[in-house]
Design a protein around this ligand. Structure first.
Ligand SMILES: Cc1cc2nc3c(=O)[nH]c(=O)nc-3n(C[C@H](O)[C@H](O)[C@H](O)COP(=O)(O)OP(=O)(O)OC[C@H]3O[C@@H](n4cnc5c(N)ncnc54)[C@H](O)[C@@H]3O)c2cc1C
Length: 494
C-alpha cells in the first residue's frame, strides 16, 4: 500500500493534483463524499473544533452544486429572463418586434460561471476551517478505517473516531433507454448541453422532470412530459399539482399521465429518435430526458466487515440520529434509506450527526415536515401534509385556498397563476386549528415558504399565524389572508 498524504486545500485536492503532506492520518471525523451532506457535516464539525477529513472523488459541492440544484436553477432563471423579455411589451417596454431569442452557449457559460464561483467559495471555506481533503474514492473498512483509492493512483488508509457516509446518489435509468449523452440524457447531460434540442420527451413528472420540462419549453423546445402515475408531481397536494399541469398544458407542454414507455428506436440518420409508448403509440423527438429519480451510490462504499446495513435498494439504514448499525459510523444525504433526496435535508442531517458526536442535545430531522421547493414555472413550495395525506393519517381536516389572482403584487408583476392552500386540524366550531400543511404554487413561492415552514414545524394554529402582519403589497399577503380565513374570518376570502 502506497500512502497518499492529504491535500492541504480543497482546491489542490479537487483539481486532482498530488496532495501535499498533511496530518498523521487520524481524525475526529472522516467524511466520505463532499456533497451537501458531506460538506455540511465537515463545516459544522470543523466549526466545533473537530479535526475533519473529507474524501471526494470528484469536486466538493457534489451533485447539488455541479449537476443538480444550482445549475438547474440557473437555467430556470434563464427561462425566467426569457419570459420577462417576451412579456415586456405589456409593460410598455420595447424589446424588438421579433421577440427574444436564445443563445444557449452563452447561458451555459453563465451557468458554469455561477457554479465555479460557488465551488471556489466552498473550497476556500473548507480550507479556512482547516478541513483536510483527500482526492479519491473512499471505502469504509472495519475499525473505522477508510481506504482511499487516490485519483493519482496511490492508495492510503486513514482512520476516524467517527466516520460519516455521504456518497450521495446518481441518476436512475429505465430499461430500453440507455444513456448515450446525445439522444438519451439524464440531468447530468442536460445540464452540460451547449445547444437545446428542438423537441424532447421528458420522462418522469417529478420535481426534476417538471423543472426540465418547464425550462426547455420556455426556451423554445417542444416538450412532451411522460408520467406513469395518474398525475405529475404526485408527492404534492392535488390542487397544487393540478395548477402546474394546467399551466404546462396552456404553455404547450404535452403532459401525458398514466403512460408507460416501451423503448425508443434511433433515427438511422442519427438525428432524433422515435419513442414507443402506451398502446403502440409513437413520438419522434430530438432527445429523451430521463428523470425518474436517483439511486444511492453505495457500490464499493462499505466493506462487509464494517458492519453497516444496506437495504435491498442500496440505501444505508440509519436511525433518526443518522447512526448506522456500526457503532461510530453515520450516514447523511441521498444515500439514507427513507430520507427525502434534498440538499437541505443533507445539511440538517450533518448538523444532527455533529451534535450527536459532541453529545449535545439534538432534535432529529422531521422528514414529513421538511420544506420542498420546485422551481418550475409556476413554482411550487410546501411543508407538511397534503390534504389527502392528512385525511389518510386520520385527521379531521379543514382547508382554505386563496388564489394569487386577488393579490395586488401578483397583479403588479403580471404573474397571477397559482394559489396558497392551508391544511389544518378542524376545531369544534369548524375553523382551522393546528396547521398540518402549507402548500403554495405561483410567483416566487419558493422564497415565501419560510413562514409556512416555520408555522407547520412550530405547530402553530391558523389564528396564531393570522395574528402576524404581512407587508402590503406583497405576495406573502395571500398566505396571511388564507390563515385569517382559516381561523374563522377573512378580510377578502370567505
Ligand atoms: C437536476 C437536479 C436538481 C436538483 N434540485 C434540487 C433543489 O432544487 N433543491 C434540493 O434540495 N435538492 C435538489 N436536488 C437534489 C440534491 O442535488 C441532492 O439531494 C444532494 O446533492 C444530495 O447531497 P449528498 O451530499 O447526499 O450527495 P451528492 O450531492 O450526490 O454528493 C456526494 C458526493 O460524494 C462523492 N462520492 C461518491 N462516492 C464516493 C466515494 N466512494 N468516495 C469519495 N467520494 C465519493 C461524489 O463525487 C459527490 O461529490 C437536485 C438534484 C438534481 C439531479
Amino acid at each position: 500500500m502506497v500512502p497518499t498524504a492529504p491535500a492541504t486545500t480543497a482546491e489542490e485536492a479537487t483539481a486532482g493534483g498530488h496532495p501535499a503532506v498533511g496530518v498523521d492520518g487520524s481524525y475526529d471525523v472522516v467524511v466520505i463524499g463532499g456533497g451537501p451532506g458531506g460538506y455540511a457535516t465537515a463545516l459544522y464539525g470543523a466549526a466545533a473544533g473537530l479535526s475533519v477529513a473529507v474524501i471526494e472523488l470528484d469536486k466538493v459541492g457534489g451533485t447539488c452544486l455541479h449537476r443538480g440544484c444550482v445549475p438547474a436553477k440557473e437555467f430556470l432563471e434563464t427561462a425566467s429572463v426569457y419570459r420577462t423579455v417576451a412579456g415586456a411589451k405589456a409593460f410598455g417596454i420595447a424589446a424588438g418586434d421579433d421577440g427574444p431569442s436564445v443563445d444557449f452557449a452563452t447561458s451555459q457559460a453563465r451557468k458554469q460561471q455561477v457554479v465555479d464561483q460557488l465551488y471556489h467559495g466552498l473550497a476556500g471555506l473548507m480550507k479556512g476551517r482547516g478541513i483536510t481533503i483527500y482526492s479519491g474514492s473512499g471505502t469504509l473498512l472495519s475499525g473505522h478505517r477508510v481506504q482511499i483509492a487516490g485519483n493519482d493512483g496511490a492508495t492510503t488508509e486513514i482512520v476516524g473516531t467517527d466516520v460519516v457516509l455521504a456518497a450521495g446518489s446518481v441518476p436512475r435509468t429505465i430499461p430500453g433507454f440507455d444513456i448515450d449523452g446525445t439522444l438519451v440524457l439524464t440531468s447530468d447531460e442536460v445540464l452540460d448541453l451547449e445547444e437545446l434540442p428542438g423537441s424532447a420527451a421528458v420522462v418522469g413528472g417529478g420535481a426534476v422532470g417538471c423543472e426540465f420540462a418547464s425550462m426547455l419549453s420556455d426556451l423554445g423546445c417542444a416538450v412532451t412530459l411522460f408520467e406513469a402515475l395518474p398525475s405529475i408531481l404526485s408527492s404534492c397536494d392535488d390542487d397544487v399539482a393540478r395548477v402546474v399541469a394546467r399551466s404546462f398544458r396552456k404553455r404547450g407542454i404535452d403532459v401525458k399521465v398514466g403512460v408507460q414507455l416501451q423503448g425508443h428506436v434511433p433515427d438511422p440518420s442519427g438525428r432524433g429518435t422515435v419513442v414507443a409508448y402506451g398502446e403502440g403509440e409513437k413520438l419522434a423527438v430530438d432527445a429523451v430526458v430521463v428523470s425518474v429519480g436517483r439511486r444511492p451510490r453505495t457500490e464499493g462504499l462499505v466493506d462487509p466487515d464494517a458492519g453497516v446495513v444496506i437495504d435491498e435498494q442500496g440505501f444505508v439504514v440509519t436511525d433518526e440520529f443518522m447512526r448506522t448499525s456500526a457503532d461510530g459510523v453515520w450516514a447523511v444525504g441521498d444515500l439514507v434509506a427513507g430520507a427525502p433526496q434534498l440538499a437541505h435535508v443533507g445539511f440538517a442531517e450533518g448538523i444532527v450527526v455533529v451534535k450527536s458526536i459532541l453529545g449535545e442535545p439534538v432534535v432529529p430531522v422531521d422528514y414529513e415536515r421538511a420544506p420542498w421547493a420546485i422551481y418550475c414555472h409556476p413554482e411550487v413550495a410546501f411543508a407538511g401534509l397534503s390534504e389527502e395525506a392528512a385525511r389518510r393519517a386520520g385527521y379531521d381536516v379543514v382547508v382554505k385556498k386563496d388564489p394569487f389572482g386577488g393579490n395586488s403584487r401578483a397583479r403588479i408583476i403580471g404573474d397571477v397563476e397559482g394559489l396558497v392552500k392551508l391544511v389544518a386540524e378542524r376545531r369544534a366550531d369548524g375553523s382551522g386549528g393546528r396547521l398540518l400543511g402549507v402548500h403554495m404554487v405561483g410567483p416566487w413561492v419558493t422564497e415565501q415558504l419560510g413562514a409556512g415552514y416555520l408555522a407547520v414545524n412550530w405547530e402553530a394554529t391558523a389564528q396564531e399565524v393570522a395574528d402576524f402582519i404581512q407587508p402590503h403589497p406583497s405576495l406573502s399577503e395571500t398566505f396571511g389572508e388564507t390563515a385569517l380565513a382559516l381561523a374563522g374570518r377573512g378580510l377578502h376570502l370567505g
